[in-house]
Ligand binder design. Sequence first.
Ligand code: ATR
Length: 280
Amino acid sequence: MITGKTALVGIVGDPVEHSLSPPMHNAAFQHLKLDYVYVPFHVPAKNLENAIKGAKDMGIKGLNITIPHKTAVIRYLDEVDQAAQLIGAVNTLKFTEDKIKGYNTDGVGAVKAIEEIITVKDKKVVIMGAGGAARAVAFQLILNGIQKLSIANRTPEKAEQLARDIKSKLEFSSRVVNFSELELTSTDILINTTPVGMHPHEDQKPLVTSEMMHPELVVNDIIYNPLRTGFLKEAEDSGAKTVNGTKMLVYQGVEAFRIWTGVNPPVEVFTEALMETLGK
Ligand code: ATR
């Protein structure tokens, strides 16, 4: 029941009505009997500053920030944690006393998803794509100690740009490769951050097929609709272990929940709520 003591958290985005976060967080609050409620806020760009300042003044405890505000929101924050600074995007705010602090839990979410199967430290990783999601995943993987990173992107210049940015901020050298010259024999982890194969384009040909994969490989697609993308089917055919896109979604939420409440919520409760919302 919502009472005078209930704490408020939520998500700010435009659009926001399709967000899968409210059911996950609310299920965990109920499960743990924490007196919190999580609600969506539809905020267009022109209202972002007022919304963030108003949220602070209203005593809101925390917010998730989604498209298209993840970078624009940074200018309204008092403090930004290391990973979010490197990535240049924030998806979680915590409001305390007189301060707004920003975090990025997308990269952490991806790493935790993969670490259900394999530790990322010292591993050789290939990331497909060089957009916002690839950035978050790449920086977090490097912070977690991977040994080698190759970036394959349709537009090589964008991959070069990401590699340069990583080099200048972390002194870490990545390799930029063409899809045509991808060689995965010694790769441990392969991650798709592109929308290839996402609903309603399930039939799009995967960027990498089973002949190039091997059973020791861990393959992650950050697409969660469909749950089994063409890319993940190729991975299964090769005997590789797969991590679907719901995992990153779950763990980025779990991490935000922990930042706000100080409590580690049960991953199964998040997962169950997500699957129910997705109709699975
Ligand atoms: P996100 O924030 O989800 O990462 P994004 O920043 O738009 O989204 O990045 C999308 C990534 O998917 C880009 O790397 C894009 O490649 P380009 O840099 O060449 O645009 C990649 N991508 C999108 N559609 C693709 C397709 N049909 N084939 C290959 N790569 C594609």
